[in-house]
Design a protein. Structure first.
Length: 657
């Protein structure tokens, strides 16, 4: 779900200051936390583990002018174990202190094979008594008819509002809101293989839901019924509907190949903002096609992708149709479009298998939006974006991406912009940096196409295995350090030219949090020289105090740490020794001892500039500009030759006989 880029929709492609972006980012996440806060205090429902949903027929009668739903949900399922009762998640009652929510959802009937079944209710479930014991492996269909004002808390999962004086209705069910408006199995353990959605609403409105619209039928009573079919597995929280006087604008995407044929992009826009909004979605096919080149064909290409405008302040990645808020100028931000679209691969096709693994949804969508910056705006903008994320991540010295069971019930923690979004995204970038583009993207394509994960659920170890298989690397230490444990490294880096064309770089590291004893990581360093010369190095840092000798095609005069912001760090320092060289054997003198003449030999890539001789007392006794120095007239004893080349200064001692 989009918790990051919500108010960025206000300025679609305008460059904002980092301070403005950070403030909007945090304001938006804070709004989302508030919206879900009352719905998070639930646990996984073990009562729904004994069956597997295969199909939903969802029939809803609504009017955007009224907070009310008439519903009939027909569910086909298969028993996993022998069962005598069937349980669905369905909220019974809302906050009765709020007159808008005083009416509870009432179930009028439950039927199987057209026979009424007995049922009971509690505040969160409907418990249905089956007519006989249903044996494991057998399938059945149950029909639940209900009506009422759906539950709502904070932002709410079923909302009626208005835009420009026109009523609008929308749903938003992440994480636990589906049960507020239809009987479902909302835990992250099951997906319906397919759904049909029938929305009956006033005829002057257009309805939208998942999948491809099949028909719109005039009922002759002032209402129309719109039928959508979605033929891919879908989680309950990703099923959605919206109804208002939408203006529809269609585009086309896809790479136009047999593997990725063209498919429609269907945009549902408020009429009053449609002209500007049409301009803002023009970038959508470009981003979709870019994602296809990286991650494989759009996962729901037999149906559609699209956007449906709503008035929340952000976006939500409902499968095949992201619900989006336009800014005051009527446009979606490009980052919002990129983030929600990225979820179609990471979140909708492969869905996090627990809320502790939410980074598999949000970290990926955040990184895909960042990759869009790299693709469309270039390296400098990409570096700035990564730097902004690093600043957020390192604003606190601790915090893990992966959550504890207790943290996974806390909306502030689940939807943490710093950890689930930014750190999740930067850890993915560091994996890309460590593995290289070829292995990284191949691993992700394998992850997305794994038959055990595709259109199903994944946990963090599933991603790790696919990246390991693609790269041949053991990523256990990396995941332990960066996903399961906390903090980041702080580097002290020193460098010195030790010879013409060679430098020695020493890395020392401390950690911001004691949960990690040492971050084993490729460390990016850049040496710079006069006239804009630069050379980048990646140093595989595995121990403290580790030294690396690197070749340098110029005389280094400066050093930069992490120049492209490829790893997470803070307060790291990098220094280059003031002397160009240490006093090492990069040039030679002979013979030693010498009698009449001293020969100076410098490497072929150096130019001798001068030789200054000093006696044992340090007194200068002569300056020479040739490779042969006449020693006649010098008394016997110890001398020093200061050799100056275009690479720097060296000091050699010799004896005059």
């Amino acid at each position: 779900m989009k918790k990051l880029y919500l108010l960025l929709a206000l300025l679609p492609c305008v460059q904002l200051s980092a301070q403005t972006l950070d403030k909007e980012f945090e304001d938006l996440v804070a709004a989302e936390r508030k919206s879900a806060s009352k719905r998070m205090a639930v646990v996984v429902n073990p009562d729904t583990y004994n069956y597997d949903v295969t199909y939903h027929k969802l029939e809803f009668k609504v009017d955007p002018a009224n907070l009310y739903i008439d519903g009939k949900v027909t569910t086909t399922y298969t028993a996993v174990t022998d069962m005598t009762t069937l349980v669905f998640d369905l909220a019974r009652i809302t906050d009765t202190s709020d007159p808008n929510y005083a009416t509870q959802i009432e179930v009028s009937s439950v039927k199987m094979n057209n026979n009424n079944l007995a049922f009971t209710r509690n505040d969160e479930e409907i418990i249905i008594t089956l007519p006989t014991t249903q044996t494991a492996g057998t399938s059945a269909t149950v029909e639940i008819t209900y009506a009422g004002a759906p539950a709502g808390s904070g932002f709410g999962s079923f909302i009626t509002d208005n835009h420009n004086g026109t009523p609008v209705l929308w749903t938003l069910s992440e994480p636990f809101g589906a049960r507020d408006w239809w009987p479902c199995k909302q835990d992250l353990n099951d997906k319906a293989n397919s759904i049909d959605v029938y929305i009956t609403a006033p005829s002057e409105y257009n309805s939208v839901s998942n999948g491809l619209q099949q028909s719109k039928t005039d009922n002759g009573d002032g209402t129309s019924t719109t039928h959508f079919h979605h033929g891919y597995p879908i989680a309950a929280y990703l099923i959605a509907m919206a109804v208002t006087n939408y203006q529809i604008y269609e585009q086309q995407a896809g790479l136009g190949t047999a593997e990725s044929p063209f498919f429609p992009i269907v945009n549902y826009m408020y009429p009053e903002t449609a002209p500007t909004n049409t301009n803002s979605v023009a970038i959508t096919p470009t981003i979709l096609n870019f994602y296809e080149t990286k991650f494989g064909p759009y996962p729901f290409r037999n149906e559609k992708y699209g956007h449906a405008q709503f008035a929340w302040g952000g976006g939500m990645e409902h499968t095949t149709v992201s619900f989006m808020t336009a800014g005051n100028n009527g446009a979606y931000s490009r980052s919002l479009i990129a983030h929600e679209m990225g979820h179609q691969w990471f979140g909708d096709k492969v869905t996090c298998g627990s809320w502790k693994d939410i980074w598999l949804n949000e970290g990926f969508a955040t990184y895909l939006a960042s990759m869009t910056i790299e693709f469309l705006d270039g390296d400098a903008a990409f570096v700035n974006n990564k730097n902004s994320m690093i600043t957020s991540i390192t604003s606190s010295p601790n915090g893990a991406i992966y959550m504890t069971d207790t943290e996974a019930l806390n909306v502030n923690r689940i939807f943490s912009s710093r950890l689930s979004y930014n750190k999740g995204a930067m850890v993915l970038h560091m994996l890309r940096f460590k593995l290289g583009d070829t292995d990284f993207f191949q691993g992700l394509r394998n992850y997305l196409s794994d038959p055990n994960l595709a259109y199903g659920y994944a946990l963090t170890p599933n991603l790790k295995v696919h990246l390991e298989n693609a790269s041949g690397l053991d990523l256990t230490d990396f995941f332990n350090d960066w996903v399961y444990n906390q903090g980041y490294p702080i580097y002290t880096i020193s460098a010195r030219m030790i010879a013409p064309g060679q430098a020695r770089i020493t890395l020392n590291q401390t950690q911001s949090d004691p949960s990690v004893s040492f971050f084993e990581l490729p460390v990016p360093v850049r040496l710079t020289g006069s006239g804009g010369q630069q050379q980048d190095y990646v140093l595989n840092n595995t121990t403290n105090g580790q030294q690396f000798v690197v070749n340098v095609p110029f005389n280094a005069t400066g050093i930069e740490f992490n120049p492209k912001k490829d790893i997470i760090s803070k307060n790291s320092t990098a220094t280059l020794a003031a002397d160009a060289f240490e006093f090492e054997a990069t040039a030679t003198v002979y013979p030693n001892p010498a009698t009449d003449e001293l020969h100076i030999v410098v490497p072929q890539n150096q130019t001798l500039q001068s030789v200054v001789l000093y006696n044992a007392l340090g007194q200068k006794i002569g300056v020479y500009h040739t490779e042969k120095v006449n020693l006649n007239g010098l008394s016997a004893g110890m001398y020093s030759a200061e050799i100056m080349t275009n690479y720097g200064r060296l000091l050699k001692k010799f004896i005059k006989k």
